[in-house]
Design a protein around this ligand. Sequence first.
Ligand code: ATP
Ligand code: MG
Length: 180
Amino acid sequence: MYLKQIEIVGFKSFADKSKLVLAPGVTGVVGPNGSGKSNIADAIRWVLGEQSVKNLRGSKMEDVIFAGSDMRKPTNLCEVSLVLDNEDRHLQVVFDEVTITRRVFRSGDSEYFINRQPCRLKDIHELFMDTGLGREAYSIIGQGKIEEMLSTRSEDRRGPFEDAAGIVKFKHRRREAERK
Ligand code: ATP
Ligand code: MG
């Protein structure tokens, strides 16, 4: 599995529809300060279901929507899609390509889609559980993640290892079963 494409519209500094096409292997993003490099990482976090505005470097969820500039009016919605190559079936669905999308309007809640079909945030979580790519997985190593791995609390350190070992799904199912 690899990240093939990122489509961003109305997210933070990306007012216009932008399509980033990635090849397998390593991709570097370069640009001057404030040009939007970290906003790309924020967009990836956000579409994976990030709910914490702090992790998205904002103070309220609306901060992810393009706020306008001298030349342009603010936008009313933002949408981010990730297209993942799934030919190796790393994600346990029958599709060669999986597109996940999150959309939010200034007025309301987020909408989520898998291959353009509306779904719940829970479905996105479950799709990525134990793949290393979920919201809380280790695919995005931010500063906080490094602190977590160096933490003296064993519970903090254990999280990324559980995800890599592929047991998060089972723990999650057990919790769900216990709640019923
Ligand atoms: P650095 O090299 O300093 O880390 P960077 O390329 O990572 O810079 P980002 O942090 O991605 O830059 O982008 C910051 C820019 O995004 C700022 O100019 C900020 O005004 C803009 N920005 C953030 N949120 C919004 C928003 N909601 N609407 C419009 N612009 C925004
Ligand atoms: Mg940055």
